[in-house]
Ligand binder design. Structure first.
Ligand code: OXD
Ligand code: MN
Length: 596
């Protein structure tokens, strides 16, 4: 290893890591294609990765994780702040000194006989005033190659960092992939992440959830900005004006689909377009003009494969056609390509399923997920530049000005298709009470409401009461330049449980109303919960959907909302006296309005 930087804090930490992990070799990932190509070849030689059909999927690789290591592990994820109180009621907590000792004991000496890869990476375009640097050390080539897609990697990051100590330390050690010793730990006060005994993306690509949400949300609180679990999209109108919105939905509510949506034909013909800036994470800061500017700190998409197809998300599928890593999907042995449930109606006759066993369609039983060819949480890691609708602003460091923030979830009855909060503080109240109902597709009871404030429940790196207060504070700073806050619900069902609203591209009709509200050109009706569209203001052109049905899913039922308010009151109890008084006032206002 040559001296790859003069930064004293980086060099000291690397020395510490080498002494702890005792690797045989040390390799700094410089970002060059030559180095990456050699690593791909090595991973294929050892069986860690499989090269896919070069003609049909150029530059694409396949990887399988251990069957016990297929998803994020919230019960083994810790926020190790010095004071327990600062992790709050929604996070697991452990004393940092105790946790460092435990994790160092687990990781000590585990790189023996292996190579330590040092990955300098930037979250956000290198050099952007909104970006931040990190260094991850890992003993996995799979992690290196995924980080190269998901972040901006290379020694250029260190040139920009200079001698600064403002960088995040990330230690990943695969160890024995033992679920009993698996820990994903954030030390927000030390800018440090340690992940041991996993090799699954969400646990080991430390730039993503660990840094860009858990550590960065804490940094944002301390430094006056926001790190949010939000997609960012630009909606272009026929005049060529682009309005940017950010949206937070819990998992399995269609963030990637909305971010890459294709508008209905009649709107495309008129010249409407959607541009994707990001599908999962937004970092937002107040710009010189007082508006809120957002960047997507990532450089790729770590998307769920099952259900992704030409109809559900054409642009996501197109993004996976080259230079992509597929994890835990199925391999079609006839042509060495990939397949997953919901890709098309032609499952391969001669496949290898995600655990590595032979598979054919006769083995598939719909009700039994263990018979599926692809794991339900199988993933693609695809470069953002592959996306046909990637925004021209994606790679620019300045960020895009956000006009609207949208919250949402899966609610069968309660929440209307769309409504606008009365103002910023009321919008923070809406986000703090955000919830989604479990569906028949997931294990466990159907229709159970899980509160997931701002979709940040597993990702907020500090006390959620303080997080709500930070949102309110940002609103004060933004004043009348604050984005408008909306809530959407694509998932209202009829009495048989069928979805009423068609969703997907037709959600553009709702986005257009939102943009018109931001521009002051659409009307609304004031209700107990906020501003709901007049039914005739949602454009139903070319859609077989009658206005009475639309009215039914725009309706606000005060009895249902009285029950909702009672549930929010219950949800608020866990934040104790850290719940901002303003949110309690908002709840009281709602209770009074629905009781009228
Ligand atoms: C998630 C993800 O779990 O983006 O939210 O992978
Ligand atoms: Mn996510």
């Amino acid at each position: 290893m040559n001296k790859f930087t003069k930064n004293p804090t980086v060099l000291a930490w690397i020395d510490e890591m080498k002494a702890l992990l005792t690797p045989d070799n040390v390799v700094v990932i410089d970002g060059s294609e030559e180095q990456l190509e050699a690593l791909r070849a090595e991973a294929c030689a050892t069986g860690e990765m499989i090269k896919l059909n070069e003609e049909k999927l150029p530059g694409c690789y396949y990887h399988r994780t251990k069957p016990n290591d297929v998803a994020r592990v919230e019960d083994r994820t810790f926020i190790c702040s010095r004071e327990k109180e600062n992790a709050g009621p929604t996070n697991n907590w452990c004393d940092p000194q105790e946790m460092y000792a435990k994790l160092y004991d687990i990781a000590r000496g585990t790189y023996k006989g292996r190579t330590m890869y040092i990955i300098p990476f930037s979250m956000g375009p290198i050099g952007s005033p909104l970006a931040k640097a990190g260094i991850e050390v890992t003993d996995s080539i799979y992690v290196v190659l995924n980080m190269v897609i998901m972040t901006r990697v290379g020694t250029a990051v260190l040139d920009v960092l200079g001698d600064s100590n403002d960088w995040v330390r990330g230690l990943h050690a695969k160890c024995d992939v033992d679920p009993e010793k698996r820990y994903i730990c954030q030390f927000p006060e030390d800018n440090t992440i340690i992940s041991v005994n996993s090799a699954y993306g969400g646990n080991v690509l430390l730039g993503k959830k660990c840094f860009a949400l858990r550590i960065a949300s804490y940094q944002g609180w301390k430094e006056g900005w926001m790190a949010e679990h939000m997609l960012i999209l630009g909606l272009e109108n026929p005049q060529g004006e682009v309005t940017y919105v950010a949206a937070a939905f819990p998992s399995a509510c269609g963030k990637t689909n909305l971010a890459m949506m294709i508008p209905p034909a009649y709107l495309l013909e008129k010249g409407y377009k959607i541009w994707t800036v990001g599908d999962d994470i937004a970092w937002m800061r107040i710009g010189a003009d007082g508006r809120l500017y957002a960047i997507n700190p990532e450089n790729g998409f770590f998307g769920v494969a099952p259900g992704t197809n030409e109809k559900s998300n054409f642009n996501a599928l197109a993004s996976t056609k080259k230079n992509t890593i597929f994890t835990n999907v199925a391999i079609n042995n006839d042509d060495n390509t990939v397949w997953w449930e919901g890709l098309d109606k032609n499952p391969p006759e001669n496949a290898t399923e995600w655990k590595g066993n032979p598979w054919n369609p006769s083995m598939f039983v719909k009700a039994d997920k263990t018979t599926y060819a692809a794991h339900p949480n199988s993933r693609f890691t695809a470069p953002a530049v592959n996306c046909p609708c990637i925004s021209a602003e994606f790679d620019k460091g300045a960020g895009v000005p956000i006009s609207a923030i949208i919250f949402g979830g899966r609610r069968a009855k309660c929440t209307p298709l769309v409504y606008q909060s009365k103002d910023w503080n009321n919008g923070v109240f809406v986000g703090s009470a955000m919830a989604s109902e479990t569906t028949a597709a997931a294990a466990g009871a159907v229709g159970v409401v899980r509160r997931d404030p701002m979709a940040m429940l597993p990702f907020c790196g500090y006390h959620m009461g303080d997080y709500f207060a930070h949102w309110l504070e940002m609103g004060k700073k933004l004043g009348d330049k604050a984005p408008k806050i909306f809530n959407v619900n694509w998932f209202r069902t009829d009495d048989e449980g069928n979805f009423i609203w068609p969703g997907f591209g037709d959600n553009m009709r709702v986005l257009n109303w939102i943009v018109d509200r931001c521009n002051g050109t659409a009307d609304a009706v004031e209700t107990a919960i906020g501003f709901v569209p007049k039914a005739e203001d949602i454009d139903l052109t070319d859609l077989d959907f009658d206005i009475e049905t639309l009215k039914s899913i725009l309706a606000v039922d005060k009895d249902v909302w009285a029950k909702e308010a009672a549930e929010i009151e219950e949800h608020y109890k866990k934040f104790g006296d850290k719940l901002p008084a303003e949110l309690r006032n908002q709840l009281e206002t709602l209770k009074a309005a629905v009781a009228e």
